[in-house]
Design a protein around this ligand. Structure first.
Ligand code: 8YV
Length: 319
């Protein structure tokens, strides 16, 4: 059977790699020590590139593949793909929207509870046999508090729905005010931060400048404020956040995403007022299976000459 060639940027979970290997002739960039040689070898043939939210595809990679027609990404966030460059080259992009929304929103709520109620910190004390000797400080209540959501897209809205069940008062900042929600709107992230106890970042990173959540926003959030990020590390001014947490100029942060993953800034490790996760918000068996299925369906559509199942077009109006 003739198999189409597929260039894969980073390895997917092994079961997905096995499925892809059965159906396509795979070339995996992450597996080679000589990236340039692999690219030179496949460049005359590769029409489809498979990537994920973190690895994306930069302009150099796109330009190394003159026959490239479609970039298929396993993830909803497309900020690591050079979208403007892809558009210039007429290369289409697919992602995996919708299927991960619920899990990411659950994770945002879990992180908010974890940092407010100090769940990982208490777990560490119990494991260390310090129940009875260590002091377990009183924590902060979450229910009934004010939650500010930066980015009221699919995930932001799913977080808001969940937070309503915690009797939280919800407000948001986005580029536009939405008429279909009753939550308070603020025209800037700083204005939002001034009015809330918890600030959760849910924005798509291709829609918000790098480091947009920085000094001004943290000052507005204040020393009792708590930050949660389930979007992208790039949205936060990380050096400023590290300093503000160290100096207790904000109360705490629960983070799933960072600059420079997975080799994150070592200073995170020594801060007591943070909860750290390893970009796991969509990492459930159920969601990852649904994401993998969308990747397969989009690949089948590309190679079968059918319309793409979940084409990302958000950038095309700007191109
Ligand atoms: C994944 C994500 O981390 O969808 C996204 O944008 O950040 C995640 O779901 C990733 O794409 C899978 O490796």
């Amino acid at each position: 059977m003739h198999k189409e060639e597929l260039l894969v940027v980073s390895r997917y979970p092994e079961s997905d790699m096995a499925w892809l290997a059965q159906h396509y002739t795979l070339h995996v960039l992450a597996d080679t020590t000589d990236r340039a040689a692999l690219l030179a070898d496949v460049a005359p043939r590769v029409r489809v590139l498979a990537t994920n939210g973190e690895s994306g595809a930069d302009a150099t990679l796109i330009d190394a593949l003159p026959k490239l027609e479609v970039i298929v990404s396993y993830g909803v966030g497309v900020d690591a793909i050079d979208l403007a460059h892809a558009a210039r080259r007429g290369i289409r992009v697919t992602n995996t929207p919708e299927v991960l929304t619920g899990d990411v929103a659950d994770f945002g709520i879990a992180l908010m509870l974890a940092i407010a109620r100090q769940i990982p910190q208490n777990d560490a004390l119990v494991r260390a046999g310090q129940w009875g000797t260590a002091s377990f400080p009183l924590t902060t209540r979450m229910f009934g508090k004010r939650l500010g959501i930066v980015g009221l897209g699919r995930v932001g809205r799913a977080v808001a729905r969940r937070a309503e069940a915690f009797d939280m008062k919800i407000a948001y900042h986005d580029r536009i005010r939405f008429e279909d929600v009753a939550y308070d709107y603020h025209p800037s992230a700083a204005a939002l931060a001034r009015e809330v106890d918890f600030l959760m970042v849910c924005a798509a990173a291709d829609q918000i400048p790098r480091g947009a959540i920085g000094l001004e926003v943290f000052d507005a959030l204040g020393p009792e404020g708590i930050l949660v990020n389930v979007a992208r590390g790039s949205i936060i001014d990380e050096p400023v956040l590290l300093a503000y947490l160290r100096e207790r100029r904000i109360r705490g942060a629960a983070l799933d995403v960072y600059w420079n993953e997975p080799a994150i800034d070592l200073r995170w490790r020594s801060l007591p007022n943070v909860v750290l996760q390893a970009h796991r918000a969509s990492a459930t068996v159920e969601t990852r299976a649904a994401m993998a299925q969308l990747v397969r369906d989009n690949l089948a559509a590309c190679f079968g000459g059918r319309p793409l199942v979940t084409e990302f077009t958000g950038h095309l109006a700007k191109a």
